[in-house]
Design a protein around this ligand. Structure first.
Ligand SMILES: Cc1cc2nc3c(=O)[nH]c(=O)nc-3n(C[C@H](O)[C@H](O)[C@H](O)COP(=O)(O)OP(=O)(O)OC[C@H]3O[C@@H](n4cnc5c(N)ncnc54)[C@H](O)[C@@H]3O)c2cc1C
Ligand code: FES
Length: 279
């Protein structure tokens, strides 16, 4: 069992959770993820480390409540336990020798962008972070990003309630046009990563994207997380989650993410009927 040491609600649908997992915390690196099960009947879901402490033996993740499992998870509090936590999984993000880099974090992707930007800055890169959210309420970790040794933090919201009004691609394009970045990384919804890739392609600026296909085992055995990169089939869990954004087939990724939509909706509706929170 993996004891939950704290749980905090960051917005109406986003939650932060810290779990005691010393063996995992000792090995975690930026960009890697874990797979967890809430209880012995539950499905396994992947969530990325947003922080960890090898000394204190905990890992933190931040998740958005989107369906049954994340709904169940959102009801757990400090003192409860998770039945399984497996990790670290996936290949860590490449952070060495990057020069001037822009890191885009969209929505809950900011949780993943945080340790990535920190690791890049620690490795000597000049990092500009662009955070995007639909509105101020959904903007997360702004203060933590401001405390990092980065060049600049640019905040974008769709409705202009915080930072500049618009999408993360607007400042990304400005940086590319001004020749101010050598490479970039985008983490967030597939559609956001697709448009960041299109923006940087125009200027021949390399971009890495952190993909989020459906995963079942997370260890390269089931094939559920297949993605097409440069015409080749790759497994998101063991070959990624980071890939060259200019080579990813985003249309295929997005259509595969929707494969189980009907079943997922039903499962969440059934759970919501039993659940006392009436969400
Ligand atoms: C490597 C990786 C890292 C991720 N990191 C984070 C994170 O840090 N924070 C966060 O909020 N979300 C993260 N996700 C997405 C998260 O795993 C899904 O939101 C979660 O599995 C949804 O489960 P559910 O039962 O609540 O929702 P459901 O209703 O079952 O699904 C809602 C949507 O979530 C996706 N999804 C469902 N099951 C899975 C699955 N087994 N594997 C992957 N995606 C699934 C699908 O696109 C689906 O349409 C990550 C996904 C991957 C692949
Ligand atoms: S999740 Fe099964 S092979 Fe990647």
């Amino acid at each position: 069992m993996f004891p939950i040491v704290y749980q905090r609600q960051l917005s109406a649908s986003v939650f932060e959770m810290g779990v005691t997992a010393p063996a995992i915390a000792r090995k975690a690196r930026a960009g890697q993820f874990l797979m967890l099960r809430v209880d012995e009947h539950g499905e396994r879901i992947p969530l990325t480390f947003s922080d960890w402490s090898a000394e204190e033996g905990w890992v933190r993740f931040i998740f958005m409540r989107v369906g049954k499992t994340t709904h169940q998870l959102s009801h757990l509090v400090a003192g409860d336990s998770l039945v399984d936590v497996v990790g670290p999984l996936g290949v860590a993000t490449h952070v060495e020798g990057l020069g001037r880099v822009a890191v885009m974090g969209g929505g809950v992707g900011a949780a993943v962008a945080y340790p990535v930007a920190r690791a890049m800055a620690e490795a000597g890169a000049e990092v500009t972070v662009i955070l995007g959210a639909r509105n101020r309420e959904l903007l997360i970790l702004e203060d933590e990003f401001r405390a990092l040794p980065i060049k600049e933090l640019i905040v974008m919201t769709d409705d202009g309630s915080a930072g500049e009004k618009g999408l993360v691609t607007a400042p990304l394009k400005r940086l590319c046009e001004a020749g101010e970045i050598d490479s970039s990384m985008a983490i967030g919804p597939a559609i956001m990563m697709k448009f960041c890739a299109a923006t940087t392609k125009e200027f021949d600026v390399p971009i890495t994207v952190s993909l989020n296909p459906i995963m079942v085992d997370g260890t390269g055995m089931c094939g559920a997380c297949r993605v097409s990169v440069g015409g080749e089939t790759k497994f998101g869990c063991v070959d990624g989650p980071d890939f060259d954004g200019h080579a990813v087939d985003f249309e295929q990724l997005m259509s595969r993410q929707r494969v189980y939509s009907d079943i997922e909706r039903e499962a969440d509706a059934d759970f919501s009927k039993e659940c006392s929170c009436h969400l």
